[in-house]
Design a protein around this ligand. Sequence first.
Ligand code: FAD
Length: 270
Amino acid sequence: MDDFSYQKPSTLGDAVEAFSAADDGVYLAGGQTILPVMKLGLAAPEEVIDLNGIEELQAITASDSVISIGAMATHATVAASEDVKQPLPALASLAGIIGDPQVRNRGTIGGSIANNDPAADYPAALLALGATITTDKRQIAADDFFLEIFETALEDGEIITKVDFPVPDAAAYMKFANPASRFALVGVFVARTGNSVRVAVTGAGPCVFRVGDMEAALEKDFSAAALDGITVPTDDLNADIHASAEYRGHLIGVLAKRAVEVAKENGDGQ
Ligand SMILES: Cc1cc2nc3c(=O)[nH]c(=O)nc-3n(C[C@H](O)[C@H](O)[C@H](O)COP(=O)(O)OP(=O)(O)OC[C@H]3O[C@@H](n4cnc5c(N)ncnc54)[C@H](O)[C@@H]3O)c2cc1C
């Protein structure tokens, strides 16, 4: 790893200022991605700006209709939070199956979505739930945030401060995990709010995406059977040593059905 300077500001303003002043700065959350990337020499920032000293990025709050999760909340904190578990168990359980205990205790929601790994779990939740990402500059709808593999709508130096999740009537997340890394080979998040249904898929393609045909069928009939015969074209799906595009396509259908069943079991009031 190349030499770098390190600083740990205690306010958002100081962090933004430090980034602007640096020739080549990078923010550090839990370091679960950025540190291995630096160790491998794939990034060599001159200035590492640690966000762990900024208290306002840690908070989790909940009202009847919205859960707000600070960007620096770790996956373990989200999984254990009563403010998340009670109104939106699907989100708490998603956080609880990310990686392993070490990753969950260091990795953060802000770092995960800023990184936008195509196999990360949170992007599916944000897209299916219609979340809003707040930064130091603006608010961005999840629909506009995830652009392509490892690309988001964030501008250089922009800091995610929190993510707001509207509480749905029913929701569930099903993931077929890579047994080595626990990243999603395919993950499907289904959320129903009133008559509106959103289905978001991670792991299967270069970037998280919604499945309009499934959403339309589930809006007419929120049951697993409603998804019979609906397939996702495999042309743009990932194919690698872990699974073919066809296998991933098949998993989307299987996991979407399971997610609907679990969402129905969990019932209204989620
Ligand atoms: C072994 C292993 C297994 C994993 N398994 C899974 C899995 O099953 N599912 C899954 O979803 N993920 C998984 N991950 C990813 C992990 O959950 C982290 O969320 C992810 O690596 C980001 O890490 P971090 O939060 O520590 O961010 P960092 O590594 O500190 O930062 C990542 C990037 O985001 C930027 N950044 C961080 N915070 C902010 C912010 N607030 N605003 C703007 N930019 C910011 C940084 O500058 C950097 O570019 C795994 C990681 C490892 C190492």
